[in-house]
Design a protein around this ligand. Structure first.
Ligand code: MG
Length: 244
């Protein structure tokens, strides 16, 4: 399996969480956790790049023992342990109001959405099995037509269009003094496409999303988080060879 371009080693690696560091049932993969620790031990910082909120991502960051930044809420909330405060790129008020309006038009839609909205700072998330087509068409024809409707494996995100993992990672890398060409990104769902597009190299884990597999530089033969350990082995093999 050729995971990387010949001789290329990333300076930094961004991992999606849900469906990438977890199995398809959202259970964290201990082999993936160990692999992230090995990357950091080798001096390659890990970025957690997720649709999830800062509070939950921070818990994972802390308990894995990472040193790199976090790109949360699909780029809406950026955080680095060396920064004085997080960079919050949208208020999330419009997205929440759009959800409330959606329920007023279509009572079958639950505007309260998913549990983690309690800590959401820049966007709003509806349940993943809500009617995506109805939501997309309704939002397009509404006062909130400026909002993007983005489906991941675990939620339907209502978000301001300048927010994406890719645009968030560009800001993070700039502040770290790194280039997008230094970045390897790993993901499983459509909200990872923007980071695939700006990264030096991208890997799709085994995923049902055909557009994600098509967009990646490499597609893993392994489902979800089973990808992470062998991919990290390949990165560290190049890294060790370059240290000699
Ligand atoms: Mg995911």
């Amino acid at each position: 399996m050729e995971w990387l371009p010949p001789g290329w080693c990333p300076r930094v690696v961004a991992f999606d969480i849900d469906g990438t560091l977890t199995d398809e049932n959202k259970r964290l993969d201990m082999h993936a956790v160990e692999a992230l620790r090995r990357l950091e031990d080798a001096g390659i910082p890990v970025i957690l790049a997720t649709g999830n909120v800062r509070a939950i991502t921070y818990g994972l960051w802390r308990f894995i023992g990472l040193s790199g930044p976090m790109c949360c809420e699909n780029g809406g909330v950026l955080w680095h342990p060396d920064w004085d405060e997080p960079h919050i790129r949208a208020s999330g008020v419009e997205a929440k109001n759009a959800a409330i309006w959606l329920e007023s038009q279509h009572p079958e839609i639950d505007s309260n959405g998913i549990q983690t909205n309690a800590w959401r700072e820049s966007e709003w998330c509806l349940f993943k099995d809500e009617n995506l087509e109805l939501i997309t068409k309704s939002i397009e024809a509404s006062d909130w037509s400026n909002l993007d409707v983005v489906r991941t494996g675990f939620a339907i995100h209502l978000m301001e269009p300048h927010l994406s993992k890719g645009s968030g990672l560009e800001l993070i890398l700039e502040r770290m003094g790194m280039q997008p060409s230094d970045l390897l990104s790993v993901g499983d769902a459509p909200n990872d496409l923007s980071m695939f597009a700006m990264s030096g190299w991208s890997v799709s884990v085994g995923t049902p999303f055909a557009d994600v597999r098509d967009a990646a530089d490499v597609v893993s033969p392994y489902p979800n988080s089973a990808t992470i350990a062998p991919l990290v082995d390949a990165v560290l093999a190049v890294h060790s060879a370059q240290q000699l």
